[in-house]
Write a protein that binds this ligand. Structure first.
Ligand SMILES: Cc1cc2nc3c(=O)[nH]c(=O)nc-3n(C[C@H](O)[C@H](O)[C@H](O)COP(=O)(O)OP(=O)(O)OC[C@H]3O[C@@H](n4cnc5c(N)ncnc54)[C@H](O)[C@@H]3O)c2cc1C
Ligand SMILES: NC(=O)c1ccc[n+]([C@@H]2O[C@H](COP(=O)([O-])OP(=O)(O)OC[C@H]3O[C@@H](n4cnc5c(N)ncnc54)[C@H](OP(=O)(O)O)[C@@H]3O)[C@@H](O)[C@H]2O)c1
Length: 277
């Protein structure tokens, strides 16, 4: 893990009293964790009026001289937490993250109070196994879903799969799962029902390869020691690289899975972790 103090200039001070647009609120940064030179997470205060469902995202960002600079971010914190937590990329020259990566404790973040998103348990038909497939920061919404007791009420088994280029990029997901298994209230359930599979594509690791390939070859379920993927009772949530999502969607549709929505729950739901510009 990188030392906060080595990671550059503090963020630009903001005019705290300036009126914000409709639905926007200021929250205060409580803590920051840097994992690599590309990834960090941070926690902020949470207005009691800010309500969301596990798996949703909100527009968040920073004030600038002219107007708030906002981007979509999944909440990684649990719906019941007093704080909000986010897991972020650092895009070189990215309008938001080239600044956001320098936030310090006590700085202000802007949060739009109207969360949304498709990665909802209610968009899936009832099933027995819930698969959460993520690449990179696509794990973010699943942190919230894994921290929600309703997830374990709804499914007998929850299998979180995180794919990254490099081993260090797995740290956030690994910490979430480790903390859950030790959690005062959820620990026993998570230990019993939650399986975690991490895979790396660009350096040696005990599990290697892209997620769709691991499914197609059967290696994923073989390594986990569970029944093959794709049964009647399997349900899927996916978030990550848009190409991974396209490959996975084709793989699922070839097996007869249908995409769910709020009006018509299905066997899988999708959210992009970012949009290529
Ligand atoms: C529904 C949704 C939810 C999102 N949730 C998150 C989240 O929880 N955490 C998060 O870090 N980002 C998330 N993003 C991406 C986020 O909105 C921004 O794109 C990101 O913060 C970078 O902002 P930027 O202004 O620095 O660069 P941008 O101009 O927004 O992005 C520049 C380029 O950087 C790359 N990029 C951007 N974001 C990512 C990413 N997360 N992973 C890999 N490459 C990326 C893409 O190539 C993109 O074209 C989400 C996006 C969507 C659509
Ligand atoms: N992380 C880095 O070291 C790095 C370096 C330079 C630039 N970038 C840029 O930074 C952004 C974020 O990079 P990132 O590493 O967080 O995200 P990413 O490029 O989306 O990669 C995350 C994981 O998704 C996998 N993946 C990509 N396409 C896939 C597909 N079609 N099916 C299945 N898996 C797939 C990658 O495998 P593969 O490794 O096999 O592609 C990798 O394991 C990207 O825009 C990238 O171009 C990142």
């Amino acid at each position: 893990m990188l030392d906060e103090a080595t990671l550059g200039e503090p963020s630009t001070p903001v005019a705290a009293e300036r009126p914000l647009g409709s639905g926007l609120r200021r929250e205060t940064v409580l803590s920051i964790t840097h994992y690599t030179d590309k990834l960090f997470s941070f926690r902020t205060t949470r207005a009691p009026s800010f309500r969301f469902q596990s798996g949703q995202f909100a527009m968040i960002g920073l004030e600038t001289e002219t107007r708030p600079l906002l981007r979509a971010y999944s909440m990684t914190s649990a719906v019941y937490d007093d704080h909000l937590e986010f897991f972020s990329i650092k895009v070189p020259n990215g309008p938001l993250t080239s600044r956001l990566q320098h936030i310090q404790v006590g700085d202000t973040i802007i949060v739009n109070g109207k969360p949304t998103g498709t990665l909802l348990l209610s968009n899936l038909r009832p099933g027995k196994r819930l698969w959460l497939f993520a690449t990179g920061t696509g794990f973010a919404p699943f942190a919230s879903i894994l921290r929600d007791p309703e997830t374990y009420d709804a499914f007998d088994q929850v299998i979180a799969v995180e794919g990254c280029r490099e081993v260090d990029e797995l740290q956030f997901a690994t910490d979430v799962v480790t903390d859950l298994r030790r959690h005062e209230y959820l620990g026993e359930t998570a230990t019993e029902k939650l399986l975690y599979y991490a895979t790396v594509t660009r350096e040696p690791f005990h599990h290697q390869g892209r997620i769709p390939d691991l499914i197609a070859t059967g290696k994923l379920t073989c390594d986990l020691g569970i029944a093959p993927f794709g049964g009647e009772e399997d349900r899927v949530m996916m978030c990550g690289n848009p190409n991974m999502l396209a490959d996975m969607k084709a793989l699922l549709q070839a097996r007869g899975f249908t995409e769910g929505s709020s009006g018509a729950p299905g066997e899988f739901v999708i959210e992009k972790a970012f949009v290529e510009k």
